[in-house]
Ligand binder design. Structure first.
Ligand code: PLP
Length: 350
């Protein structure tokens, strides 16, 4: 069962507790005590749907998955578990991650440094492709630079395990905002950590039970249903994104997409990924031009977030004050590429 299309649908088969072909939604928070070992007792400690989702996500990334109620909950969980003295963040990174790390530094929990100042026990944080510019980090190089002791964490939300499996490069921890492509329908929040070390996964689960950061039954179920089609969706969305990025190069001043040969990360992305992903950012000359272009779009919805079946466009400074003023981020969905290009053509000036 190597093909991810099969993995996404069957990796959890053996964990099914009922003969139902589709997993049941199981809302119970508590279970009758049983006089045999290993039974379930309370939902914060264990739940069938959570375990099935973890089996699928772990198999897709080649590690052990632990799931959370959001991407940020996963990020907080791994940083708190590792308790680093220093964290190195990349320049272009999800603004929520930056806020979490900067506030912790402000409280004296750790300090933020450049990667060359890291020591054993510290965290090198990587986001590839990054949000919003799709910048690429060379994972072979990062893993080699960090050597033993420095923990490498890769937020691979934009790539998903379909396009990038960081553990194969020697990375220690993968983060996914499952809210995005993994759930895939803009209707469920979730997060996941995928780690190589079984002992670390067990500690993360026990932290999660203690802290109560468990995903709800319905959210886990929706995410499990969403992940079944992840490989198909991501490949299709990526193909459309490539066409749109190429089209945009003739219509806007700057396009940020690692699939374009002009992107600074193109060669590394081509080497380490199985495709360039479904997020395309572009820059207009001014913030007004960017906002007006987004306002004129009809099929692309003007909204934050990404990874769903519907295409979204966001004038990024609305959510991320550090984004360039003229930057628009597109999340390419599953609509017809021709319709999306026509929508952009009608919305962009001249
Ligand atoms: N990481 C990246 C790259 C993201 O884009 C996001 C959200 O946009 C997150 C993490 C946080 O995920 P969530 O919104 O599920 O907490």
């Amino acid at each position: 069962m190597d093909d991810q299309r099969t993995v996404a649908i069957h990796a959890d088969d053996e964990l099914a507790e009922l003969p139902d072909v589709a997993p049941a939604i199981r809302p119970a928070t508590t279970f009758e005590h049983q006089d045999k070992p290993g039974g379930r007792t309370y939902r914060r400690a264990s739940h069938e749907t959570v375990e099935r989702l973890e089996a699928v996500l772990g198999a897709l990334d080649g590690g052990h998955a632990v799931v959370y109620p959001s991407g940020m909950a996963a990020i907080a969980a791994i940083v708190r578990r590792l308790r680093p003295r220093r964290i190195a963040l990349p320049d272009d990174v999800y603004h929520g991650t930056r806020l979490f790390v900067d506030e912790g530094a402000g409280h004296g929990d750790w300090s933020t440094v450049t990667p060359d100042a890291l020591e054993a026990g510290d965290i090198r944080w990587i986001e590839t492709p990054s949000n919003p510019k799709g910048l690429i980090t060379d994972l072979d190089r990062a893993a080699a630079e960090c050597g033993d002791g420095i923990v490498t964490v890769v937020d691979a939300t934009f790539a998903t395990p379909v396009l990038l499996r960081p553990l194969e490069f020697g990375i220690d921890v993968v983060v996914h905002a499952a809210t995005k492509f993994i759930a895939g329908h803009s209707d469920a929040m979730g997060g996941a950590l995928v780690v190589r070390d079984l002992e670390l996964a067990a500690k993360l689960r026990s932290d999660r039970t203690r802290d109560g950061a468990v995903p709800g039954a319905l959210e886990s179920w929706l995410t499990l249903r969403g992940v079944r089609t992840l490989p198909i969706r991501v490949r299709h969305q990526t193909e459309t994104a490539g066409r749109i990025a190429t089209w945009l190069t003739d219509h806007v001043p700057t396009v940020w997409y690692a699939g374009l040969p002009t992107h600074p990360g193109h060669e590394v992305a081509a080497k380490q990924m199985d495709g360039f992903g479904a997020i395309v950012s572009f820059e207009m000359d001014t913030a007004d031009e960017a906002r007006e272009a987004v306002d004129r779009l009809r099929i692309f919805r003007n909204a934050t977030s990404l990874g769903g079946v519907e295409s979204l466009a966001e004038h990024r400074v609305r959510s991320d004050p550090a984004a360039p003023p003229g930057l628009v981020r597109l999340s390419i969905g599953l609509e017809s590429p021709e319709d999306l290009i026509e929508d952009l053509n009608d919305a962009l000036p001249g």
